[in-house]
Ligand binder design. Structure first.
Ligand code: PMP
Length: 285
């Protein structure tokens, strides 16, 4: 069980990074979180595709190709050698002047953190978690597009703090028009009258890798998924709610703003999709 940190291709046990890195100063960076089992990363190709597209969206030139990332993730996983690992791949703008202008940064830094994964307790999957619809709005797409996975997560941090204050484990955010978007680190699905619904990407949310897989799994197993726009209040009428993400996987929600969702226990559609997702990810390894 170990933590290893790869900094531009060199592996360390600890890492100090310059305070002049614009990733630190301004959140000027992109990142991905990937899981690994027995030192094999899950869906690394999909995460690298999103990392490169996030970087492109903020005009950050990653100084390596995807093959390099595959190799570096593999050696860092080997050095840490955990049964199950959390991998965080970060590319920052690099060091520059203490000024917001990125043109003074000439060399992006690539950091790969590998540590033992902290899993959600099994009881969360059995009972479901509590969430709150918070007042903090998800960033507008024409301000900081939530579909770019940058290191600037203050919007989500504020939402999470509001949820904590309300005694909930996570927050659901709406956008400036009041339409449902996503959780702080997960995508949102809900079930109404047997239909599986999820906010569409144009509501302003991250195109989650787990979200895409759950949509595909649902369709393959006879559940039609509708992507659309729903007002926040419509979530109170849901029979079931669940969140999806690399770390959460398919996570049932049993309480919304202190009120039970459906029976207050994970519903049948959620349980089926939890099972299907677990099976398909196991088969992939
Ligand atoms: N939305 C946000 C804001 C996130 O941070 C994450 C986690 N990366 C997700 C959704 C879920 O994405 P994924 O399934 O790719 O982990």
């Amino acid at each position: 069980m170990a933590t290893k940190i790869n900094f531009n291709g060199e592996i360390h046990d600890h890492l100090n990074i310059s305070v002049l890195d614009h990733g630190f100063l301004f959140g000027d960076s992109v990142y991905e979180v990937v899981c690994a089992v027995d030192n094999k990363p899950c869906y690394l190709d999909k995460h690298l595709a999103r990392l490169f597209s996030s970087a492109k969206a903020i005009s950050l030139n990653i100084p390596h190709d995807k093959e390099w990332f595959h190799e570096q993730v593999e050696v860092t996983l080997g050095a840490a050698d955990n049964d199950e690992s959390y991998i965080r791949i970060i590319v920052t703008r690099g060091t520059g002047e203490i000024d917001i202008d990125p043109s003074t940064c000439h060399s992006p830094n690539v950091i790969i953190i590998v540590m033992e994964i902290k899993k959600y307790p099994e009881s969360d999957y059995e009972k479901g978690i509590h969430v709150a619809l918070v007042s903090i709005k998800r960033n507008a797409r024409d301000a900081l597009n939530p579909n770019i996975k940058t290191g600037n997560y203050l919007n989500n941090v504020l939402a999470k703090m509001e949820a904590n204050k309300l005694g909930a484990q996570d927050a659901i955010m709406v956008n400036s028009w009041g339409h449902l978007t996503e959780g702080t680190t997960s995508n949102l699905f809900f079930v109404r009258d047997g239909r599986v619904l999820t906010p569409s990407l144009d509501c302003g949310l991250l195109s989650g890798i787990t979200r895409r897989m759950v949509i595909q799994l649902s369709e393959e197993n006879g559940f039609h998924v509708e992507e659309g726009k729903w007002l926040g209040e419509e979530l109170y009428g849901a029979d079931e709610i669940f969140l999806t993400g690399t770390l959460k996987k398919v996570m049932p929600v049993s309480y919304l703003d202190g009120r039970p969702v459906g029976s207050g226990k994970p519903g049948p559609v959620t349980r089926k999709l939890m099972r299907l997702y677990r099976d398909v990810t196991k088969r992939k390894l």
